[in-house]
Design a protein around this ligand. Structure first.
Ligand SMILES: Nc1ncnc2c1ncn2[C@@H]1O[C@H](COP(=O)(O)OP(=O)(O)OP(=O)(O)O)[C@@H](O)[C@H]1O
Ligand SMILES: [Mg+2]
Length: 355
């Protein structure tokens, strides 16, 4: 039977007068790679610490494989945790760092060495076992922390921004290795990050956190292509989608005096709404809306045009660098099949028929 299901029910946490978590519900499946994604201070680490047993909620229940572990100490939870700063013991060799959890578990000495070598080989540091952490590069230290975490074959693998100390290139490389490792170990991974690209590429599913609340739970595809609210839409994507005031009348959508027919009927009575469109779904159209080019940003493979449609800033991605002249008029249109609609008041997504 697959193990490692984590069920959070109504988790509420306060620090003094500050409410850090507002009744969090989450159901994480066995061997899932699950990301907790959100901006700084949104409650991701607090949630992970409760799952680890390093902190306890004021209200709510945490179950692992159906067992209530809300107040169980960390040692009873069969978890391994990797932190942002790795938390290696500086005075111990890599070998002793990796062996540490096994010694704590009182594993017979003869079994420890082969287990340490196996874990080190998995993350490609078997040749570094004699060194101390201070004699390793950042990426090697990070892999040492991973080896220490996997040496015990835990039921749950908890990671809190483990890649954030690595340079951009090493981060991309380690990201791939981490995903491979999780698949090979066949273990549930809960991964905290504020980097949406990391969450999108690593996770089977993710929860989007904001101010102690979960805004949406879904696959990367669902969160990216069907954001549940304006708040999610404003956070996901780099840059996130443009959000523009619009008027809805049946299946007619009007933006800045320009009307379009939606591909399917929206499930909404009509009136003032918010339209979302990604920068890559804005195009130049001589019959379109006139905008003024404010600034063109060269991103290398593509460029971002910052355009003003009246008072509204619209970002448009173009394939290659096209400086344009600042102040120039650029007529634009939106790919109608790709737009998103939201209620302006509640911020909730307005589904189209069949969605
Ligand atoms: N021990 C504590 N005492 C008081 N406030 C705390 C404590 N721990 C966390 N907080 C507050 O709770 C909120 C959530 O913190 P948390 O560490 O969970 O955020 P996070 O989403 O992990 O952010 P980051 O991306 O910056 O790590 C923050 O506003 C933080 O200041
Ligand atoms: Mg954190």
């Amino acid at each position: 039977m697959a193990q490692g299901r984590v069920h959070l029910k109504g988790i509420y946490k306060r620090f003094g007068n500050f409410i850090a978590l507002k009744h969090i519900d989450l159901d994480i499946q066995p061997v899932e790679f699950f990301a907790l994604l959100g901006p700084s201070g949104s409650g991701k680490t607090t949630t992970l610490r409760m799952i680890a047993g390093l902190d306890t909620p004021d209200e709510g229940v945490i179950e692992v494989d159906g067992e209530d572990v809300t107040f169980a100490p960390p040692a009873d939870r069969d978890i391994a945790m990797v932190f942002q700063n790795y938390a290696l013991y500086p005075h111990m060799t890599v070998r002793d760092n990796i062996a540490f959890p096994l010694k704590m578990d009182k594993m017979p000495k003869a079994e420890i060495e082969p287990a340490v070598v196996r874990a080190a080989e998995r993350v490609d540091i078997a040749h570094l076992l004699h060194r101390r952490p201070g004699q390793l590069s950042g990426g090697q230290q990070q892999r040492c922390a991973l080896a220490r975490a996997i040496v015990r074959q835990p039921k749950l693998f908890l990671l809190d921004e483990p890649l954030s100390n690595l340079d951009a290139q090493l981060r991309l490389q380690t990201r791939v290795e981490l995903k491979k490792l999780q698949r090979a170990l066949n273990v549930t991974a809960i991964y905290v990050t504020h980097d949406q690209e990391e969450a999108m590429t690593l996770a089977d599913r993710m929860a989007v956190f904001l101010e102690g609340d979960i805004l949406q739970v879904g696959t990367p595809d669902e969160v990216f292509n069907r954001p549940a609210s304006i708040a999610v839409a404003a956070f996901i994507g780099s840059p996130p989608m443009n959000l523009l005031p619009a008027t809805l009348d049946g299946d007619r959508l009007t933006v800045s005096g320009h009307s379009m027919t939606l591909p399917r009927a929206p499930q909404h009575p009509g009136g003032e709404v918010t339209m979302g469109v990604r920068p890559s779904h804005v195009r130049i159209d001589p019959q379109g809306l006139p905008t003024r080019l404010y600034l063109s940003e060269n991103l290398g493979e593509s460029a971002l045009l910052n355009l003003y449609l009246g008072d509204e800033l619209v970002k448009m991605r173009v394939a290659s660098f096209n400086a344009g002249a600042e102040g120039e008029t650029v007529p634009i249109a939106f790919d109608i099949d790709t737009i998103h609609l939201f209620e302006s008041g509640s911020g909730r997504r307005i589904p189209l028929a069949g969605e």
